[in-house]
Design a protein around this ligand. Structure first.
Ligand code: FA5
Length: 373
């Protein structure tokens, strides 16, 4: 390889990674001037071609011209992304050309890792459990009456016993809440303890921009002799403040879930505005999870004495958090496999919570029961 060919190769790599790192118009303009502008490195390289032999002129010249065209195209694409405000927030499917490159994490994995980091740092242990779940765990032990609409085949994916060696009463779990019961039993937890269980859930939903039939929840459970709603509010405020790097305030609204009493919907103050914006639908609040104080019947089903112990449980969606964090306007993009969408996360560097994070051994992924199927 001649020196000029080597220079060309080095320049290709340098220019491509520098372009990917441009997140605003000023950085992009500086890149344009440095690489493809009139006095930039690429035109400079092309000017040197005149000193080469005829054969080198042909090979190196056509390669350098192709590189110049390619970088100009990529520059236009990046400009388009930045103008649409879609570099980190406001991510949408845009026209990017397929190109070879290193792999990177999916936005849901980035979000899940962050949830792990923050709750681990607050002393929660992480549990994992089955996606094919027994009706007993998904509903009965969670104090959900037989006539509850969520139990019907209209809302829940039933598992055909024929497909699982005749095992009956299995469903695709509709929520991560069965992990409340499973994690306590499998890890033989005794209060005080705090546990978090992320995982995939399934519902017969009409899929639209904000509803998927397969999505990801994270369940939280914290029990002690004194755990109160105030503790819940403080932990969740700390979580969302760390997650969004902002001073988040939490608001609780009364709601009903069979496994908690009282139950509430949790809203967080909008992290993008003070006076209302598109993300908070001009309400200044964003609905983020369901929660409540664990129902005495559920404590009993965990073999925990409800006269002595109390605590809170909560369940939020990883997908919704990712949408808020990255400004994704359609949940269906996560499963689309559309590389134009996915490649926009190749430059998202997993942020640190800014609080002490426990070593990985703590979140070894305690398995709280295997699939009964
Ligand atoms: C539950 O699933 C309860 N298990 C949460 C809970 C846990 C309450 C513990 C009390 C104690 P809900 O159906 O509201 O609640 O779902 C929780 C969150 O999942 C919602 O706030 C919403 O952000 C998200 N979610 C619900 N349905 C969908 C869907 N189809 N697609 C994406 N996200 C959804």
């Amino acid at each position: 390889m001649t020196k000029i060919q080597q220079d060309l190769e080095d320049l290709t790599q340098k220019a491509t990674s520098a372009l990917i790192a441009c997140e605003d118009a000023a950085a992009l303009e500086a890149w344009r001037v440095a690489y493809i502008g009139r006095s930039g490195l690429i035109p400079g390289l092309l000017r040197n071609i005149k000193d080469l032999s005829d054969e080198e002129k042909r090979t190196v010249g056509s390669a350098a011209n192709a590189l110049k065209r390619e970088l100009e195209e990529k520059y236009q694409e990046q400009l388009h992304v930045i103008e649409k405000g879609a570099s980190t927030r406001g991510v949408q499917a845009t026209n990017c050309k397929l190109q070879a490159g290193g792999g990177h994490l999916h936005p849901l994995t980035l979000t899940l890792n962050r949830v792990h980091e923050i709750f681990s740092a607050m002393g929660f242990i992480i549990a994992d459990g089955p996606e094919v779940e027994e009706v007993k765990f998904n509903f009965d032990l969670l104090n959900t009456p037989a006539e509850h609409p969520a139990r019907g085949a209209g809302d829940t994916f039933m598992v055909d016993p024929m497909s699982v060696n005749g095992a009956e009463d299995l469903v695709l779990r509709t929520q991560t809440s069965p992990m409340q019961i499973r994690s306590v039993a499998a890890m033989q937890l005794h209060p005080p303890f705090s546990v978090i269980a992320p995982g995939r859930v399934f519902r017969k939903e009409k899929v639209d921009a904000t509803h998927e039939s397969t999505f990801h929840q994270f369940e939280g459970l914290s029990i002690s002799e004194t755990t109160s709603i105030a503790d819940f509010k403080s932990v969740i405020e700390t979580f969302f403040s760390a997650f969004f790097h902002a001073d988040v305030v939490i608001r609780l609204r009364p709601s009903y879930f069979p496994f908690v009493e009282p139950g509430f919907e949790v809203d967080m103050s909008c992290v993008f505005c003070k006076d209302g914006c598109r993300v908070c639908k001009h309400t200044k609040w964003i609905e983020v999870m369901g929660a409540g104080m664990v129902h005495p019947n559920v404590l009993k089903n965990m073999n925990i004495d409800p006269d002595k112990y109390q605590g809170y449980a909560f369940g939020g969606a990883i997908d919704r958090l990712a949408m808020i964090q990255y400004g994704i306007n359609d949940i269906r993009l996560f499963w689309s496999g559309d590389v134009r969408f996915l490649r926009q996360f190749d430059r998202v560097i997993p942020a640190k919570a800014g609080i002490q994070v426990d070593p990985p051994s703590r979140r070894a992924g305690v398995d709280a029961g295997s699939s009964p199927a």
